[in-house]
Design a protein around this ligand. Structure first.
Ligand code: PEP
Ligand code: MG
Length: 592
């Protein structure tokens, strides 16, 4: 593959996170951090101009909100209209506008500076009020004032990725997992961002939606312009702007090879996930929404090993009700029965936030108010979800799993709430599965080290390697600058997985992996040798993992794990993993 700049073309290198090749025009999104607006003093005759700019920005923002409202009404129906009314009310608030006008005229400040000062003051005041209704208005206020500021700063429309008119490759400084979830798969051929790592939720979402993607391009987005023709290589992590005919030809060949591989993989879809020497493993899929159930069936997975329920909470301005959640969980369970569906309770926080929940900004969100910690404090939200899952469990194949458990105390508290919900349902005469199995995610090092105590109280373990690696090695999973330090084959990780799997086996429960390690065919034999018996990965990757499992022998996996447990070097362990995988399944690695 082309690695260096050739005449006429420019090659930008990042981290490959979602396989595939996309070709098309670039759409470069504006960098949307507003930051602080410079303060300057105006001369008197500039004041009318500043007032006019403010007026125009307000008019444009009104028009923009009306446009979005119309689109949403067409797509989702009128009941979502209230959010836009709330936005309009912010724009029509005379106190806010009077104060901005006063700053412009009396203190002679530019419109953007005056507007930002007043908007921030209003947000601060509203945030401090202990009234749920008023606090909910904070996000409306932030959204609308952000739109007006973008106008004043000449940043154009707040482009929604759901409203693209032509297929394109999206380039942005950053894209949140929620923005990615909203992408129209037909319009977004691929995307690339300046920041991010392989296990960021944006990357995970790209794999799940099968959108080729590259992250960690540093500040490359600044050097690209909308309309340029480019090729995005999600296998090798490249963006090639203005590709030459030769490059396009080489990629044509690569795509042909991939098609051949896909055909080969299609043959294993209906086959069991069993090693050459007859050891059966469970191969499941990770999903983010109920409509993914179809992909789970199509890829040959045996059910769902991780349902990331937090995505049910996006694209809306209120929390999902118990009935709505029940409908989602029930539909997945019914579609995939008798295969298990493991529903993970809400893992909000880290890099996943809901615009309608006013969660305070934290210095270290991955170490902060996240997942089970959030749920054990926001008990109404948690109870609502637990009741919905319990009600869906009548299908018979539902299991629950708690994220970010650091020790026994949290598991006990979560189970106490679950028992409370069961009791309520019994009183209300509502059915649920009395034998519902409850598992724990092992993704904090303390949980792996103290796994014995958890294993005696849990129905299964599912190792979240994405977080386990970031917390054990102290490497932020989103940070491209330290992505080279994010090493799944670090001896510490190998040992922690072994500790957890051993503790589980001693207590007679199984251990799965639902982090991205489970979707890397190179690492699967190592995990098998360490005692992992269930693998859950994005549906698109399931056939590759199955292909590999069906070509390896269990004793080879055990020998690999024994080598890794005695080894000091992440690179040596990785090389051994590669050697084995390439030897037993060379066909999988022809393009890498
Ligand atoms: C993990 O941490 O490995 C995991 C599966 O959870 P998430 O990626 O959603 O944090
Ligand atoms: Mg996690």
């Amino acid at each position: 593959m082309p690695e260096s700049a050739k005449s006429g073309e420019r090659i930008l290198r990042g981290i490959p996170v979602s396989p595939g090749v996309a070709r098309g025009r670039l759409l470069v999104l504006a960098h949307n951090t507003i930051g602080s607006v410079p303060k300057q003093e105006l001369v008197d005759d500039e004041i009318p101009h500043q007032l006019k700019r403010l007026e125009q920005a307000l008019l444009d923002t009104r028009r923009e909100i009306n446009d979005v409202q119309r689109l949403v009404n067409q797509g989702l129906g009128g009941e979502h209209a209230s959010i836009f009314e709330a936005h309009m009310m912010v724009l029509d608030d005379p106190t806010l506008m009077d104060e901005v006008t006063r700053l412009i005229t009396q203190q002679r400040l530019p419109a953007e500076y005056a507007f930002q000062q007043v908007a921030e003051k209003f947000v601060r005041t509203l945030s401090a009020i202990k009234d749920d209704y008023l606090r909910e208005r904070v996000s409306d206020m932030r959204d609308v004032t952000g739109r007006v500021l973008n106008r004043l700063l000449g940043r154009g429309e707040d482009l929604s990725l759901r409203q693209l008119k032509e297929p394109c490759i999206v380039i942005g400084h950053d894209l949140s997992p929620m923005q990615t979830a909203q992408m129209d798969r037909k319009m977004v051929l691929g995307f690339a961002t300046d920041i991010g790592g392989k296990t960021s939720h944006t990357a995970i979402m790209a794999r799940s939606m099968r959108i080729p993607a590259v992250v960690g391009l540093r500040n490359a987005s600044e050097s690209m312009s909308s309309g340029q023709y480019a090729l995005l290589d999600g296998y090798n992590g490249l963006i090639i702007v203005n590709p030459t005919d030769q490059t396009l030809f080489e990629y044509g060949q690569l795509i042909k090879k991939r098609v051949t591989l896909e055909e080969r993989l299609r043959d294993v879809i209906d086959q069991p996930a069993v090693t050459l020497d007859g050891v059966q493993v469970t191969l499941s899929a990770n999903i983010e929404q109920s409509s993914d159930a179809e992909a789970v069936r199509a890829c040959g997975a045996e059910g769902v090993g991780l349902f990331r329920t937090e995505y049910l909470f996006v694209q809306r301005d209120t929390l999902p009700t118990e009935a709505e959640q029940y409908a989602e969980y029930h539909s997945v369970a019914a579609a995939l029965q008798p295969h298990p569906v493991i529903i993970r309770t809400l893992d909000l926080g880290g890099d996943k936030f809901m615009s309608h929940l006013d969660v305070p900004t934290e210095m270290n969100p991955f170490l902060g108010w996240r997942a089970i910690r959030f749920c054990l404090q926001e008990r109404d939200i948690f109870r609502c979800q637990l009741r919905a899952i319990l009600r869906a469990s009548t299908v018979g194949n539902v299991k629950i799993m708690y994220p970010m458990i650091s020790g026994v105390e949290e598991l006990v508290q979560a189970n106490a709430l679950l028992d409370e919900c069961k009791e309520q349902l019994r009183k209300e005469g509502i059915a649920f599965d009395q034998n519902l199995v409850v598992g724990v995610m092992i993704e904090i090092p303390s949980a792996a080290v103290a796994a014995d105590a958890l294993a005696s109280r849990a129905g299964f373990f599912s190792i979240g390697t994405n977080d386990l690696i970031q917390y054990t090695l102290a490497v932020d999973r989103l940070n491209e600058r330290i992505a080279h330090l994010y090493e799944p084959t670090h001896p510490a990780i190998v040992r922690l997985i072994k500790m957890a799997a051993d503790a589980a086996r001693r207590r007679g429960i199984w251990t799965g992996v639902c982090g991205e390690m489970a979707g890397d065919p190179v690492l699967v034999p190592l995990l098998m040798g360490l005692g992992v018996t269930e693998f859950s990965t994005a549906p698109g990757i399931v056939p590759q993992v199955k292909y590999l499992i069906r070509r390896v022998k269990m004793h080879e996996a055990v020998e690999l794990a024994e080598f890794a447990l005695g080894c000091e070097s992440p690179a040596e362990i990785l090389n051994r993993c590669k050697e084995l995988a390439r030897r037993v399944a060379p066909g999988l690695f022809e393009n890498s």
